[in-house]
Design a protein around this ligand. Structure first.
Ligand SMILES: Nc1ncnc2c1ncn2[C@@H]1O[C@H](COP(=O)(O)OP(=O)(O)O)[C@@H](O)[C@H]1O
Ligand SMILES: [Mg+2]
Length: 273
């Protein structure tokens, strides 16, 4: 039951350490790389919703890109259902799909057109693609008359859901959602969260999502890795994380957990939604 979906061992990724990045060089000719992901280790179990919670710049997207084979680690071993991301990137790509924070789609095209375009990339043929796209759009709560409206006329929440829907066309066993609800209004946020939950419950999909929203992580995730400056500073279920820092029977919020673990606020004033 507890099969390991993702295994991350001592993953390490720096940026800007190569002489090619001369704009980062110091007068003495040395380069100071940014350590974006610093020897991070964790496992994600099959069927889990695993949260990576951390402030801006903490390394969340870099971690997601490493898992998605979009970046190559400088050190460590990452595998997806036993396939090493460096040795077998193609096998990993077949199992995984990613939705980035700025959901990308053709905004003049309708949800249906966007999905059909995506389907072609995944090798689905015309009829099969249309049936599947319709099924997914209905599950998203989209009225059939909206299937053909341009995406640009829709709410950000709906656009984000269409981006997730497109990723689902490839039947990913692992879905990576990089800040799926950042910048959404509260209602769209709840819709996307409900959709993520439904996905996990009905599709045996393993989901890794990043967020800087503590409430979201608390409500949605089975386990959470709190990441700060590229380091995992805590990893457990939301309940256990709170227990770790509880004090005199006071049950802390995840915000308080983060503050205690890092000495910093999770969301700084300037990045609050
Ligand atoms: N392509 C890149 N080139 C140089 N530095 C990068 C690049 N991507 C990320 N970084 C740096 O790595 C660190 C982690 O960034 P990121 O993974 O995007 O954090 P998060 O997603 O948590 O906001 C930051 O210091 C960021 O500036
Ligand atoms: Mg990011």
């Amino acid at each position: 039951m507890d099969a390991i979906a993702l295994s991350v061992q001592s993953a390490y990724k720096t940026f800007g350490g190569s002489p090619a990045r001369s704009f980062l060089s110091r007068p003495n000719g040395h380069f100071t790389p940014t350590i974006a992901v610093n020897r991070v280790s964790f496992d994600v179990r099959r069927g889990e919703i695993f949260g990576v919670l951390g402030p801006n710049g903490s390394g969340k997207s870099t971690l997601i890109r490493l898992l998605a084979t979009l970046l190559v680690p400088d050190g460590g071993v990452i595998s997806v259902f036993g396939h090493d991301v460096q040795k077998e990137p193609m096998a990993v790509q077949r199992l995984i799909n990613r939705v980035s924070v700025e959901a990308s789609f053709f905004k003049k095209l309708s949800p249906m057109e966007n999905l059909l375009y995506g389907a072609r990339l995944y090798g689905l043929t015309g009829h099969e693609a249309r049936v599947k796209a319709e099924e997914i759009l209905q599950r998203l709560g989209l009225q059939p008359r909206s299937f053909e409206r341009p995406m640009e006329e829709m709410s950000r929440g709906m656009q984000q859901k269409v981006a997730i829907a497109r990723a689902l066309l490839s039947n990913p066993i692992v879905l990576l959602l990089d800040e799926p609800t950042t910048g959404l209004d509260p209602r769209s946020k709840r819709e996307v969260q409900a959709f993520v939950r439904e996905l996990r419950d009905t599709h045996d999909t393993t989901i890794v999502l990043t967020t800087h929203d503590m409430l979201e992580a608390d409500e949605l995730c089975d386990r959470i890795a709190i990441i700060h400056n590229g380091n995992v500073v805590a990893l457990d279920t939301p309940a256990n994380l709170k227990k770790q820092v509880s004090n005199n029977g006071h049950v802390p919020t995840l915000e308080e957990v983060f503050l205690k673990m890092t000495g910093e606020q999770l969301v700084k004033e300037d990045q609050a939604d």
